[in-house]
Design a protein around this ligand. Sequence first.
Ligand code: PLP
Length: 392
Amino acid sequence: MATKSNQLGFETRAIHAGQSPCPLTGAVVQPIYTTSTFAQDGIGENKGYLYSRAKNPTRDVLEACLADLESAQAALAFPTGLSAAATITELLDAGSEVLVHHDLYGGIYRLFTHVKSRSAGLLVKSVNFSDIEAVKAAMTPQTKMMWFETPSNPLLEIVDVETVSAIARAAGVTTVCDNTFASPYCQRPIEMGIDLVLHSATKFLNGHSDLLAGVVAASPHLETTVVERLRFLQNSVGAVLDPISCSTLLRSLKTLPVRMDRHLENAAQIAAFLKGNQGRLGIERLNFPGLGDHPGYAIASRQMKGYGSLMSFEVSGGEARANRVAQKMNLFAFAVSLGGVESLVQHPASMTHKIVPKKQRDALGITESLLRLSVGIELCSDLIADLEQALS
Ligand SMILES: Cc1ncc(COP(=O)(O)O)c(C=O)c1O
């Protein structure tokens, strides 16, 4: 199925890619191989498996499905998005220069500035990837990798994936696009020229806030040796997703398209409600790429199907009011993370982006008044009523 399934629709592939009934029992749901080790037939002889850190049948099925959905030659499943990100950086030699988007999830920012710049000597340069001229100007002969999120966390900035990929490829620079906010249902960066796609699968891919996972998907344009290197690095650092989580994530992928449709519909309605009542609700700035006045609207409309279900806004009244509003919400739990069926609200300056120095946060617009919503799949009128009572 995995090889032929690119002819089929995304919805069909989300259910079937990489999967067929178990040849032994006919089980339609993929078995979970919880074994850590595999009996060998002789020296150098086995059925393709030796030890589950290196390769596990349940993980194989999940990875085949993920690769198919991202139009990748291969995908690798990690225990978290951050371990997936850290393993990608291991592709680089010590001292390499990496250009990163200025608006990055705080954990990825921390990985680059507090860990890899020290332990691997990476020279990390922050650039506004929404500004193509700025990207070109920041490139040097030492640039080895470009790394961005689109939409970005938490400002929902949009990067022109095709243009950045083309510039990077011409210069022999590896591109990494964090597709966590969009999911492959809304955006497939590899089809737009990106080399490696990263996911916190903890988010939309799993969608139920009940596991942590990460994914790296590799473009068919890359030499197979890059995938072999990634697998070697993943095994070397021991960053593999356990079989039970693999099975849960595989199950979750089957409903990704239906969940996403509802996420997109709810988010579009909520953004319109907040925009239409901005003055009355004391909202000073609203970031949602599906709004016509968002600077990335045209690019998002071209490269995405829908605009995701994340949005952020600044409230008037500073941190005190942001805190009151977040606490007053009943259906939006005041919690980090995103992409689950339940709606969440969080305060980036004190939560997901606390690690970013205040001066830098302020310069970017991650102020104390900023709240970020992850719109879930509840009944939209209930969510709007909750926002109305919390903001008015
Ligand atoms: C855009 C983005 N990338 C990566 C990560 C890290 O993923 P994880 O929390 O699964 O390690 C997150 C987590 O919030 C994220 O929002």
